[in-house]
Design a protein around this ligand. Structure first.
Ligand code: ADP
Ligand code: MG
Length: 251
């Protein structure tokens, strides 16, 4: 890893009762890099993202973003600073039209638009927001679907919407939790290409099970197992590490 760490975690531990889901994890992401995280189910990957993004506080340890200690800052505060994530299971309002999901993301969280409720906005302001949202939907390949109720989208298109909503917040760091999970092969290629096309816009951390796909998107790989990071670095070397082979593939 080169460059300054934009996101860093020192000795982060998360316990749920007697169970330790994440244990003493120290991790750094350099500005502009694309990093991948793999690990078996239940390894603690999503919990780790929850700690980084402030969904809940660590039991021990600290999280830094842009050099600032954000351990005590909640998720919304971190989003406002530019730390944005997507969820393993797509997280959008299914009952709303596609465009409205984007408008909500932008008006609720984006630092680029003030968060005045829409009933108080002037029409020029509304138009500016709508235009920006339409443009963002086009960028993620959802043009023509703006008025469709989100629940009627394919899972792949919902995933694109979620990534588009995250991107609309102009994050500095974007964390994607299994962006390819649950998709058909065609949809996987589609979303993979979307991530490929936009990844230069931010620092990226991707949790993903589909390793060959992940390796087209990242240049550093970390492996989590039973709450700990057990290997990290150049993907080829990491995948060849005997410990990784043992825990990940049962070699
Ligand atoms: P991964 O994303 O690597 O599959 P998770 O982070 O989702 O793993 O889960 C790691 C472990 O922590 C699992 O055993 C899971 O059951 C447990 N866990 C996750 N979240 C909670 C929670 N909110 N309460 C209790 N246990 C949890
Ligand atoms: Mg997970």
């Amino acid at each position: 890893m080169s460059g300054e760490a934009i996101l860093e975690c020192r000795g982060a531990t998360k316990r749920f009762g007697d169970f330790t889901a994440v244990e003493g994890v120290t991790y750094k992401v350099a500005e502009g890099e694309s990093a991948g995280i793999i690990g078996p189910n239940g390894a603690g990957k999503s919990t780790f993202f929850n700690l980084l993004t402030g969904l809940f506080p660590p039991s021990e340890g600290q999280i830094f973003f842009g050099g600032r200690d954000v351990t005590a800052l909640g998720a919304e505060g971190r989003v406002a600073l530019g730390l944005v994530r997507t969820f393993q299971l797509v997280s959008v309002f299914n009952s709303l039209p596609v465009l409205d999901n984007m408008v909500l993301a932008v008006t609720r969280f984006s630092p680029n638009f003030d968060s005045t409720p829409s009933f108080m906005m002037g029409s020029a302001h509304k138009k500016r927001i709508t235009d920006a949202c339409l443009e963002q939907l086009e960028l993620v390949g959802l043009s023509g679907l703006e008025r469709v109720i989100t629940d009627e989208l394919s899972y792949g298109d919902k995933r694109k919407l979620e990534i588009g909503m995250a991107m609309a917040l102009k994050p500095q760091v974007l964390l994607l939790d299994e962006p390819l999970a649950g998709l058909s092969d065609v949809e996987i290629t589609d979303v993979q290409e979307l991530i490929q096309a936009v990844k230069h816009q931010f620092t990226l951390v991707i949790i993903e099970h589909k390793i060959s796909r992940l390796l087209t998107l990242v240049n550093r790989l970390s492996v989590m197992h039973e709450g700990r990071l057990i290997a990290e670095g150049d993907p080829d070397k990491v995948l060849d590490d005997p410990l990784v082979r043992e825990v990940y593939w049962g070699d």
